[in-house]
Design a protein around this ligand. Structure first.
Ligand code: ADP
Ligand code: ZN
Length: 530
């Protein structure tokens, strides 16, 4: 069935109803669709589940020619094409999984005007063969999906995306629509610049996902905490558990299985077949828990993911938003749970220091990590903070841990002074740098072998912090880091150093309100009984 080849141009609402079976457009969809149908370029920022696909699918069906969809998600192309074919849309894809015969068939279909939509991987699109092919056919529009992949600073940079600026040069009259769920102003500007979308209209949807309950807890025995969350609040639910490393993915999946939870691992080190199989089980069966690195999830359209748990701190707020956004796409209540600790900060700081790239690049990664840490240590509404990061303002949400159980704030000025001066004393010992554990031992006056060996029991700061527990001191330490009053030293592993701003606190010129860490377990926040 052809919807785009008729003499008479169908209208957008008609296509929406007839082909997709929907009554009305959502949010900005209608305006976007009309804009692109008229031949305008568009940059669309919409959260996951917001309905980005229709924004290019409908205009592709209305405008004469084929809509070329550029997507990095090769593994999902088959599914996308199958779903469209079922609706009677003439769709196909070109990627590295096909043999030459399939490829030829698709090329012929395109050339003879029998395709409404053609999905192409970016590296494929940039080949001479593909460019020559496209020049011989009729193109309705270019849709650049996951457009944030062009951002070199983002969490998902793909170098091939940089080549896509040529679309504008070669096909100046074909409208282009770039879409992403990544929303910071910086990324948005970068996308517009790198894809030469100078005249594109920007459509920015609200990024709030009100049905997701954000909950960030201090990492203690993280496996136990996770198990408690899964058993007590999400028994039988489908969900995703994100870990930083492949090893941890394997271990955690095995641990959950041993505890009666149907968990599957997913990371880039697994064979393509295992990955495809696990992904397909997650999508098709009920109640599977996917334990994964961030290699998993982009483009996954599973509406009933009830929770996303991070057992390691994400590298950036953007990444955190993306990953948690995979929960609750059906609009029903869902949980975004994160456990983090000082070790996460130390480990990630080290990874940044050891990463390839120039200083500016590392500084940017460092700033992203700081923003994430500040998010974790926030005293006020998490959602407010999250959306503020994306330039959107809301009232406190009533559906995050901080709203439901407001953390107590306490005057941590004196504690901060104690900690900072202990670090100052230790730093004076040239060549010798000490990590968090040793520092807290000194504050609490513990005569450990390491303390005695270095005669640190003779320091004036020895034992001045007996009023707080180890846990409380670690909390102070994290918050000092979050406030930029301390840095994890660049040179040594896990050692701490003062910053310019620390001075004001040490001199008593600045007071510091800190978040009181409750003795907590894995509990997600529940409203206080009145
Ligand atoms: P995104 O790509 O932004 O994550 P999708 O395009 O996959 O989101 O859409 C998310 C879900 O919402 C899909 O199941 C889609 O069919 C549905 N959807 C999108 N637009 C509409 C609409 N106007 N009316 C009803 N359902 C819609
Ligand atoms: Zn809130």
């Amino acid at each position: 069935r052809s919807v785009s080849n008729g003499v008479h141009q169908p209208d957008a609402c008609d296509v929406l109803a007839r082909v997709f079976g929907y009554e009305s457009f959502r949010g900005d969809q209608h305006a976007i669709v009309e804009h692109v149908i008229q031949g305008g370029d568009a940059l669309v920022l919409m959260p996951t589940g917001g309905g980005k696909s229709l924004c290019y699918q409908v205009p592709a069906l209305v405008r004469p020619g084929t809509g070329i969809v550029i997507s990095p998600l090769i593994a999902l192309m088959q599914d996308q094409v199958d779903a469209l074919t079922e609706l009677g849309v003439r769709a196909a894809f070109l990627n590295s999984t096909q043999d030459w015969q399939d490829t030829r068939e698709v090329e012929q279909a395109f050339l003879s005007g029998q395709l409404d939509l053609l999905y192409v991987a970016p590296e494929r699109l940039l080949t001479d063969r593909c460019i020559q092919l496209l020049e011989r056919g009729k193109i309705a529009l270019f849709a650049i999906d996951e457009a944030h992949c062009v951002s070199q600073w983002g969490h998902d940079f793909r170098p091939e995306y940089l080549g896509l600026s040529m679309l504008h040069e070669r096909w100046p009259d074909v409208p282009r629509i770039a879409l992403t769920a990544t929303a910071t102003d910086v990324t948005r500007r970068e996308i517009a610049e790198r894809l030469s979308l100078d005249d594109a209209r920007h459509f920015v949807a609200s990024f709030d996902r009100p049905n997701i309950r954000y909950n960030i807890v201090e990492k203690q025995d993280v496996r136990k905490q996770l198990l408690q969350l899964l058993k007590q609040e999400h028994a039988g639910d489908a969900g995703i558990v994100y870990c930083l490393s492949r090893n941890k993915v394997e271990e955690t999946a095995a641990f959950l299985c041993a505890n009666g939870i149907e968990a599957l691992p997913y990371h880039a080190g697994l064979g393509a077949q295992v990955r495809a199989q696990n992904q397909s089980r997650f999508l098709r069966e009920d109640g599977i828990v996917m334990v994964a690195t961030i290699a998993f999830g982009m483009g996954i359209d599973k509406p009933d993911v009830r929770f996303v748990a991070h057992i390691d701190m994400p590298k950036s707020v953007e990444g955190y938003y993306q990953e948690t956004g995979r929960a609750g796409r059906d609009g029903l209540p869902a949980t975004a749970w994160l456990a983090y600790g000082l070790q996460d900060v130390v480990q990630q700081r080290r990874m940044i220091d050891e990463s390839a790239g120039d200083d500016a690049f590392r500084r940017r990664l460092g700033a992203q990590l700081d923003a994430m840490l500040a998010m974790c240590e926030a005293i006020a509404c998490r959602r407010q903070r999250l959306l503020q990061y994306f330039g959107q303002r809301i009232e406190p949400c009533g559906n995050c841990d901080n709203c439901l159980q407001p953390p107590e704030a306490w005057d941590g000025t004196v504690a901060a002074q104690k900690m900072l001066s202990a670090i100052y004393r230790l730093m004076k010992e040239r060549g010798q740098r000490y990590g968090a554990g040793h520092l807290i031992d000194i504050l609490r006056g513990k005569a450990t072998p390491r303390v005695l060996e270095n005669e640190h029991e003779k320091l004036t700061v020895f034992g001045i912090g007996q009023d707080l527990s180890d846990q409380a001191w670690r909390s102070v330490l994290r918050q000092l880091l979050a406030h930029g009053l301390l840095v994890v030293d660049q040179e040594g592993y896990g050692t701490l150093a003062l910053t310019e701003e620390s001075r004001a606190v040490l001199k008593g010129e600045r007071t510091l309100m800190l978040r009181r860490e409750a003795e907590r377990t894995a509990r997600t926040a529940t409203p206080k009984s009145k």
